[in-house]
Each structure stands twice: as structure tokens, then as C-alpha cells.
Design a protein around this ligand. Structure first.
Ligand code: XBP
Ligand code: MG
Length: 233
């Protein structure tokens, strides 16, 4: 029996990547006087690696001709990026995806517990929840497992293990909702069944092991389009 839903944040609760995180990275690069500019296509490639600091390192490894940075410089740059991201979300730049609010409300009404398992920084989760759902929504989520609280980010299962342990539940009592291959791998490796809602950055990815793949969670006037039903292989 389903006891809890564990939500991913980026790409799942909201389309945060293209006009949120990507812009925040570019603003931090510009402030630091760095010549990097991540366009929409390049950013799609960089999304292969989850976590902002890890993503900057991945970019520098892919482009060795660019100015290289120490881990400390990356950490400072990433702090500046988080500040820009918080500003972008606080100014109302990023709405929830279809069906997210409805599902949260239905889950709460049926006594299903809510949790978050994300690679992003806790401040980013907080500003998104506050801005889209209101401050009281922070307490809707019993567990917010985020960012550097675990040693390895998605696709490693650590963040799901952490959320399960904080919830005090077995993997099979939960449902994960994810938008990316890395998220599906992370949830599956922790044994959590996972439903996928795709977005423009992830729709071509391999979601092997997911229960089902949907365009989005759907609203009464905008039904969820099923891309792969639970019984198909
Ligand atoms: C989301 C991410 C994050 C954000 C950036 O992955 O990869 O890295 O892009 O967040 P998922 P930070 O949705 O699978 O959790 O810069 O705060 O790390
Ligand atoms: Mg995601």
C-alpha cells in the first residue's frame, strides 16, 4: 500500500533548468568575469551530470581550452549561482508543472506522506516551494533530502536511501516521481518504484525500469498524455 510520494524537484515539480538554473550559471560566470556562456543546447548536454558544482567540473573537463578552476573556485562560483537562482525563482520566474499542485493536494487529503529527493541545493527547494505554493507548503513535506547531504548525487541511490530512512519507510511503500534518466536510476537502485513525467530536455532519455512515462501529471482540462503505460515493456 502506498504510504508516501517522493518528488524530484528540477524538471519534475517545475521546469527549472532552462530559464532558472541555466540563466543563474550564466549570470554567475559573467559576474566572475569568466567567458563561459551555456546556451540551451549545450546545457542539455551538461545535464548529463547532476549537481551544479559537478556540472561546472564536467564542463571544464569537456572544454580543456577554457580557463580552468580549482574546486574552491567552483564552490565560490556555485554559491553565486545559487544566489542568482534564488532571485530568479523569487521573482516568480518558474511555475509548477501541470498536475503537481493537484497531486500534492490529493495526496494530503488521502493521508499519503510527502517527501523530496533532489540533487539541488536546499535553498533552491525552499524558494521554489515558497514561491509556487506559499510558505506553509514547506511543512507539507515531511522530509526534504537535498544537495550535498549525501556523498554521491543521482544517479547514485544515496539521496533516496536518505529520504527512505528519514521517512522510516521501505522502498516498496513509496512512489518516486522523476523527469530524468539519472533520477530513474537513482530511485530504482534504491528499490523505489518510479513514475516519469518528461520535459523537453529529457523526453528522449532511456527510462528503463520506470512504471510508466507521462507527458505531465495532467489537469481536468488537460489530461495526462501517456507515453508508456505500466503494462508495456
Ligand atoms: C537536478 C540537477 C541540479 C540543478 C542544479 O537534478 O541536476 O544540479 O540543475 O542544482 P535532479 P545545484 O532533478 O535529478 O535532482 O546547482 O543547486 O546543484
Ligand atoms: Mg529532475
Amino acid at each position: 500500500i502506498l504510504k508516501a510520494i517522493i518528488f524530484d524537484v528540477d524538471g519534475t515539480l517545475a521546469d527549472t533548468e532552462r530559464d532558472g538554473h541555466r540563466l543563474a550559471f550564466n549570470r554567475a560566470f559573467r559576474d566572475a568575469g569568466l567567458p563561459f556562456e551555456w546556451d540551451v543546447a549545450l546545457y542539455g548536454r551538461l545535464l548529463e551530470v547532476a549537481g551544479g558544482k559537478e556540472r561546472i567540473r564536467y564542463f571544464l573537463d569537456l572544454f580543456p581550452e577554457q580557463p580552468q578552476l580549482s574546486d574552491e573556485e567552483i564552490a565560490d562560483l556555485h554559491k553565486a549561482k545559487t544566489a542568482h537562482y534564488v532571485d530568479i525563482v523569487a521573482s516568480g520566474g518558474v511555475p509548477l508543472r501541470p498536475g503537481v499542485l493537484r497531486l500534492l493536494q490529493e495526496a494530503r487529503a488521502s493521508g499519503i506522506r510527502l517527501a523530496i529527493a533532489t540533487t539541488t541545493t536546499p535553498a533552491n527547494v525552499e524558494v521554489l516551494l515558497r514561491n509556487t505554493l506559499g510558505s506553509e507548503a514547506l511543512s507539507w513535506f515531511e522530509v526534504i533530502a537535498a544537495g550535498d547531504s549525501v556523498p554521491a548525487k543521482k544517479p547514485a541511490p544515496d539521496i533516496y536511501f536518505s529520504a527512505l530512512s528519514d521517512l522510516g519507510l521501505d522502498a516498496g511503500q513509496c512512489l518516486a516521481i522523476e523527469d530524468s534518466d539519472n533520477g530513474v536510476l537513482s530511485a530504482r537502485e534504491a528499490g523505489v518504484p518510479v513514475l516519469v513525467t518528461v520535459n523537453d530536455y529529457t523526453r528522449e532519455q532511456d527510462f528503463s525500469g520506470a512504471l510508466a512515462i507521462l507527458e505531465h501529471l495532467g489537469e481536468p482540462d488537460r489530461p495526462a498524455r501517456v507515453l508508456k503505460a505500466p503494462d508495456e515493456s
